[in-house]
Ligand binder design. Structure first.
Ligand code: ADE
Length: 419
């Protein structure tokens, strides 16, 4: 089996971390047990471009138990946990091409190595695998039956491809399932983004002005958790409805230009480019901390920041670089503007990834079973998959709920009864 990782020696530590995550991923575990009995993916070649974490390793174990042959590459150069990559190779029979902190060239070499595996199914987080496949690796396209996409940014890219008539095979929008975005994007990003900022800086959030750029599900989660720690949260938005929602949720809403003057910590979660740029850096206070929790490192104009800095100061802490302005102010950038939650912390906790990766596992089974009747477009996760996952997750949490009585069902199905 081919692979390219930092060191196989890390495999036993990695395995312990994978098992620690597994304890908190009971839904994926149940799927793995069924897959091991039924082998719905027998002999199917799958390539995944995902963050290489213990949670991803548990998704990998479920797919391998189902009979799949799996190659994994990283979906971000800084998110790979090298011990986990080693465990996947040594203990879980997965061909991994990922090293933490590879450069751009290495990152794309790894994507190409996963494509050399001639996948029949692709699993993406950000659509780099699909976009490389469609632009540079048409030689392996004929094998592909279908795929899945994990994140909002990837779905935006895929919808643009589908609209342009460029998408060549069906892709299931895992991100858009309720079992994914309501929990992973909100509670996962909320907690792990705060975790990343705190691990990188050890700054106190209580009493600080924290600027949250973007009030989608990730922004909502981050704003909520930052407020929980006592920060004054300011939201910036371009969408009227979301701005109203943020206001009614009790946050201050203002343009970035105004927020720039008063913010202590800035975090972008928008999916768009250059959300924080030169005009904002010029207005920031000395010591301002800037980071990104959106998928790509495009939300902060780093080139612009460099261009107005007199010098760059590598701070004493990892993942933290100070840009010293000509007027003496220093602006601190975390993790080169890459995903702060995965680069400075460990990504979303296993409990939410349990639902996301249960959705991925069952969507993989679905796309393999149904590919012949699906068109090359972005497709929703089937409702019965979402229903099974939410029911099972609740059961594993030990929570019981009411069921509709026959009378209630009848009432809900009727239109005649009013006041
Ligand atoms: N995306 C965000 N957090 C993650 C995690 N822990 N594992 C895989 N992908 C993630």
């Amino acid at each position: 089996m081919k692979y390219d990782i930092t060191s196989l020696k890390l495999a036993d530590t990695g395995r312990r971390n994978v098992e620690w995550a597994e304890r908190r991923m009971p839904v994926v575990r149940k799927i793995r047990e069924r897959f091991a009995r039924e082998k719905p993916l027998k002999g199917v070649r799958i390539a995944g471009c995902l963050h290489i974490t213990p949670e991803t390793a548990n998704l990998a174990r479920a797919l391998v138990a189902g009979g799949a042959q799996l190659a994994l590459c990283a979906s971000n150069p800084l998110s790979t946990q090298d011990d986990c990559a080693a465990a996947l190779v040594k203990h879980f029979k997965v061909a991994v091409f990922a090293r933490k902190a590879v450069d751009r060239k290495g990152y794309y070499e790894h994507i190409n190595a996963a494509l050399d595996f001639r996948p029949q199914i692709t699993i993406d987080d950000g659509a780099d695998l699909v976009s490389t496949l469609h632009s540079e690796r048409l030689d392996v396209m004929s094998n592909v039956l279908g795929g899945m996409e994990e994140t909002t940014t990837g779905i935006v890219r895929l919808r643009a491809m589908a609209k342009a008539g460029a998408l060549r095979y069906p892709i299931i929008a895992v991100n858009d399932a309720h079992t994914k975005y309501l929990f992973d994007n909100r509670y996962g990003t909320g907690q792990s983004t705060v975790d990343g900022i705190v691990r990188a800086t050890n700054t106190l959030l209580a009493g600080k002005n924290i600027v949250c750029a973007g009030y989608g599900w990730c922004g909502r989660g981050f704003a909520m958790r930052a407020r929980g720690l006592g920060a004054h949260v300011i939201v910036t938005e371009v969408n009227h409805l979301r701005a109203i929602e943020a206001t009614m949720d009790g946050f201050a809403v203002m343009p970035m230009k105004a927020a720039a003057k008063i913010g202590d910590v800035f975090c972008t979660l928008t999916g768009d480019i250059n959300v924080v740029r030169k005009e904002h850096f010029r207005a920031m206070k000395d010591g301002a901390i800037v980071c990104n929790s959106g998928h790509f490192n495009v939300e902060i104009d780093i080139e612009g920041l460099k261009s107005i800095a007199a010098r760059v100061e590598r701070a004493t802490r990892p993942n933290l670089v100070g840009y010293v302005m000509k007027d003496g102010r220093t602006i601190y950038l975390l993790a080169e503007g890459r995903l702060v939650n995965l680069a400075c912390a460990e990504g979303h906790p296993a409990e939410v990834m349990d639902m996301s990766f249960a959705t991925q596992s069952l969507a993989t089974e679905y796309v393999y079973r149904s590919h012949y009747k699906l068109r090359p477009e972005v497709i929703d996760v089937p409702q019965e998959v979402e229903d099974w996952i939410s029911r099972t997750k609740l059961q594993t949490m030990g929570i019981h709920i009411d069921t509709l009585t026959e009378e209630q069902k009848k009432y809900l199905g009727a239109w005649q009864e009013g006041t």
